[in-house]
Design a protein around this ligand. Structure first.
Ligand code: ADE
Length: 244
């Protein structure tokens, strides 16, 4: 069963939103597992200090290598060696759906959440931590980033979303990045709202026409909003054709 082990100074922040909706239901049903360890429990001195001032000076505090190392060892002693050891950091590889798929396919992930200015470089190196960022902006700590990563992984696990078709569409290329495209627009009742009507094709009951329309919409939307993704999509489609 897929497991996420979180090392954090704020264990009470979990499961948070991960305990709600379908991921939360999956957690309760044992479709995946969430474990949190409080980094402070691995502090050595009587003040339970987990951080100290940076060598070389500068603002903020740095999380201690010895404490973080002890916490990782503690997690491994309790739950076994994780398949991937990740430090959430704005310096890391930027999370995308390809990395999400990789991590969801792994047996278990350990997620180290930093606070303050960061973590002593020596423990990142010694533990061979992979750095993962959730985007080019800076959060106050890794906890929200860990939740983002976990939520994205968990919705890919068998049984979590319930409706297998939701994921099926993604992997067949219409919508939601799975196929490399942004999602086509959605509509529900009422059929007319503030003078705006639902596209006629969606009321036609003609499944093939609807599929083609959605595919076109997803392609147009992606070309307009994310030319970078669209270029990659066109290239991968071209490559797939040549391989045939
Ligand atoms: N910690 C602080 N900022 C972050 C980001 N953008 N991604 C992951 N972890 C972070």
């Amino acid at each position: 069963m897929w497991q996420a082990t979180i090392l954090t100074l704020f264990p009470d922040a979990f499961p948070g939103i991960l305990g709600a909706s379908l991921p939360g239901k999956g957690l309760k049903e044992g479709l995946w597992r969430l474990e949190t360890l409080d980094i402070r429990a691995f502090a050595r001195d009587k003040h339970a200090s987990v951080d100290d001032t940076p060598y070389g000076g500068g603002a903020g505090m740095v999380m201690r290598a010895d404490v973080i190392d002890a916490a990782i060892q503690g997690a491994e002693a309790k739950f076994g060696k994780p398949a991937r050891k990740i430090y959430l950091s704005p310096r890391g590889r930027v999370l995308d759906q390809a990395l999400v798929r990789e991590l969801a396919a792994a047996e278990s992930v350990l997620l180290l959440c930093g606070r303050y200015e960061g973590v002593d470089q020596r423990v990142i190196d010694a533990q061979g931590l992979e750095e993962v960022s959730i985007g080019d902006f800076v959060l106050a700590g890794g906890e929200v980033a860990a939740m983002v990563l976990i939520e994205a992984c968990v919705r890919l696990l068998p049984g979590v979303l319930g409706n297998a078709e939701t994921l099926g569409e993604e992997s067949f290329g219409i919508g939601a990045l799975g196929g490399g495209l942004l999602e086509y627009p959605h509509y529900t009742r009422p059929a007319e709202w503030q003078g705006a009507v639902v596209p006629e094709v969606l009321m036609s009951g003609h499944h093939e026409k609807i599929r083609v329309w959605r595919q076109e919409q997803a392609e147009k939307m992606t070309q307009l909003r994310r030319p970078d993704l669209y270029e990659r999509y066109v290239m991968s489609k071209k490559n797939a054709k040549e391989e045939k």
